[in-house]
Design a protein around this ligand. Structure first.
Ligand SMILES: C=C(O[C@@H]1C=C(C(=O)O)C=C[C@H]1O)C(=O)O
Length: 93
């Protein structure tokens, strides 16, 4: 397959732009995945400390703050993103 086929562009110039930008997106996705994994580790520390102290894994009022933070910055899809992050960090409830 040529670069034009792979990118869906109709000209070599557009294919070059798309190929370069996709490399940046792949690098950004690697960083985002790393940040999500870091968030999961920090969240686990908090949950462990709370459970060890006799508390519950989940704290719904804090989760509302997290949801509002994401929806405030990213709109309605931000809520879905935050819910996915919360599920990754504390499992399903
Ligand atoms: C990390 C915490 O514990 C849980 C996980 C949360 C998170 O990953 O953001 C938020 C609330 C809790 O359900 C916390 O209370 O801050």
């Amino acid at each position: 397959m040529t670069a034009i086929d792979v990118t869906g562009a109709r000209t070599p110039e557009a294919a070059d732009v798309i190929t370069g930008a996709r490399e940046r997106i792949d690098a950004l996705d690697d960083r985002i995945i790393g940040l999500v994994q870091e968030r999961m580790a920090v969240s686990a520390v908090i949950q462990e400390a709370r459970i060890t102290s006799g508390g519950r894994r989940v704290n719904l009022s804090r989760e509302m703050d997290v949801l509002n933070h994401y929806s405030g910055a990213l709109g309605k899809p931000g809520t879905a993103l935050a819910m996915t992050l919360l599920e990754l960090c504390r499992g399903r409830i």
